[in-house]
Ligand binder design. Sequence first.
Ligand code: NAD
Length: 296
Amino acid sequence: MRIAFVGLGNMGGGMAANLVKAGHEVAAFDLSTDAIGRAVAAGCDAARSAADAVGGAAAVVTMLPAGTHVAAVYADAVFGAAAEDTLLLDCSTIDVATAKAVAADAAARGQSMVDAPVSGGIAAANAGTLTFMVGGTSDAFVRAQPILAAMGKAVLHAGAAGAGQAAKICNNLLLGASMVATAEAFVLAGKLGLDAQTFFDISSKASGQCWSMTSYCPVPGPVPASPANRNYDGGFASALMLKDLKLAVEAAQAVGAAVPMGAQAEALYQIFVGLGGAAKDFSAVTKLLDGSWSAG
Ligand code: NAD
């Protein structure tokens, strides 16, 4: 299948390469010529513009920073150049309102679109092990499934247009708030004289157990693979967690949902990012809480 891929950054580069590995012909475009060069080295064809990539493609995949980029790329390049039966897949993490609006514009033109944000970071994008949360009609989901499966390990239908983004930001609101709570618990345990490993051994088998503790433990030691053991480098950047928490809090305001824990987590990550923590894994918020954080 000929697939247009627009947005070849940290995530999109590996995803486009995996479409090539699955046997697709990929026409790739990014504003960065370096990014296009890397995509060509991975077997993609360089396009001169987003519209050039989209012309003649059976499907379009976009992986862009935020809602403003997605709305502009679809309005300026994708809608005009795509055929009516071209399937449109936006894998970026964006606000629910923009996702719904762009999908409605696509539907008005008779084009099928899904929002398909991902869980999993750069390593999962490169390895083809992302999880996709998909919003769109059942027909569009069925068409999108094999394309997304070439880039991931799980493809889940969340509901109608925008539901993929809703699932993504609700999941990450829970993740951000649970990480802050887990970090707080370890910091308090330490100040109360409890050894981190001892607290882990107890709480991970008691009702405090959660993913932030057992897979991504925010202090070094108990979970050897967690970013805390490598100075919080790699993993899921605090700047991206802040972005997702902002999207969740904005979405909550739009529908009148109370998210006090999510809002508090957003405020804490805002402080941490402001103090230079943007690139550190989001579990590094522990260092803000225990007072040991200093940037650099
Ligand atoms: P990135 O900034 O590395 O890549 C975005 C790319 O889009 C850049 O190469 C940029 O040049 C390109 N771009 C911007 N505007 C463009 C335009 N008008 N036309 C063509 N190209 C354009 O970002 P990323 O880390 O790859 O993230 C992409 C999306 O995936 C974001 O929405 C992010 O929230 C989401 N996400 C990222 C991660 C992660 O770990 N990095 C994990 C899950 C989801």
